[in-house]
Design a protein around this ligand. Structure first.
Ligand code: SAH
Ligand code: DHB
Ligand code: MG
Length: 206
């Protein structure tokens, strides 16, 4: 319990609905909010909503006329997230988009929601390289791209790993390192969910 009713209730309702306990830890949620505040984000894109826990942290960094679009393939997760987001009083700035992220990202690229000031990538790790490409298309110099689960209790340092998620994350990090438009690093965090971390990349105008 964090003493924060909307966040506590989001965790409780997600658990009650049988969702996987894959949401970011509270200290990581607060780091997401801080980073969004630090770049004065007005438009945020999230890939992988689950029950909307990280969504609530990120949306709290936005002004009343801000916008957060979050993409979720599992309709059941999306429904739980909508309820959690509404309970947190954030429905007017958050849109939960149903469907596979690659489809939704293509539609976003055709609309006027971009450029996003911050993109949080936290869905199927095998597709992280694809999501990085979309994130670059949907941002501007000065935007921040963040990816979750880049440490996974150390498993990500194993270059010989056959785990598709580990490989997706390793490829994502390599792509960030080789991308002239990005300045990036990975930071380990430790908290209620053990050792994990975020990759954090700044989009530059090179
Ligand atoms: N960001 C959330 C946790 C997300 S867990 C939080 O910290 O609170 C990962 C989510 O990504 C799951 O809900 C899963 O259903 C979703 N997901 C997996 N593959 C996806 C895809 N191809 N497109 C969109 N969402 C996907
Ligand atoms: C797990 C954790 C995550 O943060 C995630 O996005 C996906 C899976 C896990 O604990 O397996
Ligand atoms: Mg995650």
């Amino acid at each position: 319990m964090s003493g924060d009713d909307a966040l506590d209730e989001a965790i409780r309702a997600s658990h009650a609905a049988g969702l996987p306990e894959h949401q970011v830890a509270p200290n990581q949620g607060k780091l997401l909010m801080l980073l969004a505040l630090m770049v004065c984000a007005r438009r945020v894109l999230e890939i992988g909503t689950l029950g909307g826990y990280s969504t609530i942290w990120l949306a709290r960094a936005l002004p009343a006329d801000g916008r957060l679009v979050t993409l979720e393939a599992d309709l059941r997760h999306a429904a739980v997230a909508r309820t959690n987001i509404q309970r947190a009083g954030l429905s007017s700035i958050v849109e939960v988009v149903d469907g596979p992220a690659s489809d939704s990202l293509a539609r976003l690229a055709d609309g006027d929601a971009a450029p996003f000031d911050l993109v949080f990538i936290d869905a199927d790790k095998v597709n992280n390289p694809v999501y990085l490409e979309w994130a670059l298309r949907l941002t501007r110099p000065g935007s921040v791209i963040i990816a979750d689960n880049v440490v996974r209790n150390g498993s990500v340092v194993d270059g010989a790993s056959h785990d598709p998620s580990v490989r997706g994350i390793r490829r994502f990090i390599e792509l960030c390192a080789g991308e002239p438009r990005l300045v990036a690093t990975a930071i380990q965090t430790v908290g209620a969910k053990g050792y994990d971390g975020f990759a954090i990349a700044l989009v530059t105008d090179v």
